[in-house]
Design a protein around this ligand. Structure first.
Ligand SMILES: Cc1ncc(COP(=O)(O)O)c(C=O)c1O
Length: 438
């Protein structure tokens, strides 16, 4: 690319794109980083500079960029058909993928409802749970047409996406407080009072929704051991559905295919997205039990159909990428081979405690959050206006690593294909960047 072409791209990017989760006032003042291509665990910008992809291009890349098998699967599918709707008909990759997903999911999940993003997979789970109770249990009907079991229990610091329904069950006020007038009410629990709240509100609640084991966008917050088991028991005893949002944790990120496997707990509905296509194309799914599915089957005139479906639902190109992604998991024994790398990463993180402004380091599998503290002993955080996280990741960028912080938490969420040498590079650059900035 010559210098005129580069300048043109940099100018029109700032002039025309409104970037997500980005203060454009700041962005417009900087020269944008524009990626041109990827190879393995590396990204290359339009100047040819290379960067390690330390956050898997926002938690999606699994086996690296330009993975031969996935490239070929998508190219082969292009030669057949790029898109055909799933509304009332089907396509080959969507069908084969559904079989594969049911094969790897918790064994009680039997049905796959496709969509295109993590947020939509959550919207679908919420609507399914809501409608399931509306049309399946007349004893929850009170006062004429009013139904009970219309609410959701969710958790403080939860993040389930940016659409209005998923924000309504979210618990990160910094992102979402401005939308409060638009949202529906949900019951916000902590890990300490959830079981009590479930008992108290059992007649009002349709379902509980949780990111199993670790809350991602909250800054990689780990849950108490055994909590999912307790939650499952409380849901069963009080007749509620349990929704696991595995959008971030699914597809090996925590060291198991799905995070709920750490505790052997099965949800009634499970949301998956991000890593499903290995980071290639937008695709998501909401998996449901036979019981939930059967709650929608009825004569047509009863209007129990699940009236929901996005235009690109079950897109054949995305499904063919996902199929190839899952075949690589099997062929390369990705989860098995990840275990020593997780140990190596955990060991390498220990030295970060030497840095005086590093507080907690939280990790599950290949999901890491390093908390920056103004005063570690006094437990004083940096004011968010100081943008410490942003400053650290900009320093890392200069040194050839792409990261994205969550406030004062430096997130490391590399592709599962990261090598031991690349782990060393990622940790070395992160360490140095934190040291310099703090
Ligand atoms: C747990 C969880 N749920 C849902 C979402 C939303 O996914 P998407 O951005 O694909 O809509 C995210 C995104 O980070 C997530 O971490």
């Amino acid at each position: 690319m010559n210098s005129d072409e580069i300048k043109h791209l940099e100018d029109i990017d700032r002039e025309t794109i409104w970037h997500p989760f980005t203060q454009m006032n700041d962005y417009e003042k900087e020269i944008p980083l524009i990626i041109e291509r990827g190879e393995g665990n590396w990204l290359f910008d339009i100047h040819g500079k290379k960067y390690l992809d330390g956050v898997s291009s926002l938690w999606v890349t699994v086996h690296g960029h330009r993975k031969k098998e996935i490239d070929e699967a998508v190219k082969a599918q292009i030669d057949k058909v790029a898109h055909s709707t799933l509304l009332g008909l089907s396509n080959v990759p969507a069908t084969l993928l559904a079989e594969k997903l049911i094969g790897i999911a918790p064994p009680n999940l039997k049905k796959v409802f496709y969509s295109d993003s993590g947020s939509t997979s959550v919207e679908i789970a919420l609507k399914m749970a809501f409608q399931y109770w509306q049309q399946n249990n007349s004893r929850f009907k009170v006062q004429g047409s009013k139904f009970k079991k219309t609410k959701f229990l969710t958790f403080q610091n939860a993040y389930h996406g940016d659409t209005i329904g998923s924000v309504s069950v979210g618990g990160i006020d910094l992102f979402h407080s401005v939308y409060k007038p638009l949202l529906f009410d949900s019951i916000k629990a902590t890990f300490d009072n959830a079981e009590e709240l479930i008992r108290q509100h059992r007649h009002d609640l349709a379902a509980v929704i949780i990111e199993p084991m670790i809350q991602g966008a909250a800054g990689l917050l780990l849950q108490p051991k055994g909590f999912l088991k307790k939650l499952r028991k409380a849901c069963d005893e009080n007749n509620l559905l349990l929704i696991f949002d595995e959008v971030a944790t699914g597809f090996g990120r925590t060291g198991k295919m799905f995070a709920c496997e750490h505790e052997g707990v099965r949800p009634d509905l499970m949301c998956i997205a991000k890593g499903i296509t290995g980071g290639y194309l937008p695709l998501a799914a909401t998996l449901a039990t036979q019981e939930v599915y059967d709650g929608f089957k009825a004569p047509y005139r009863d209007l129990k159909t699940f009236f929901h479906g996005h235009t690109y639902t079950g897109n054949p190109l995305a499904c063919s990428a996902a199929l190839a992604n899952l075949e690589i998991f099997e062929k390369e024994k990705t989860i098995e081979n990840l275990q020593p790398k997780i140990g190596y990463l955990a060991k390498g993180l220990r030295k970060f405690h030497d840095l005086p402004h590093v507080g907690e380091i939280r990790r599950l599998g290949f999901m890491v959050g390093i908390e920056l503290m103004k005063d570690r002993d006094g437990k004083i955080s940096y004011p968010w206006e100081d943008k410490m996280g942003i400053r650290v990741i900009l320093e890392a960028r200069k040194r050839g690593v792409i990261l994205r912080p969550l406030g004062n938490v430096i997130v490391l969420l590399p592709p599962l294909s990261l090598s031991l040498e690349e782990i060393d590079f990622l940790l070395g650059v992160t360490y140095e960047s934190i040291r310099i900035v703090t």
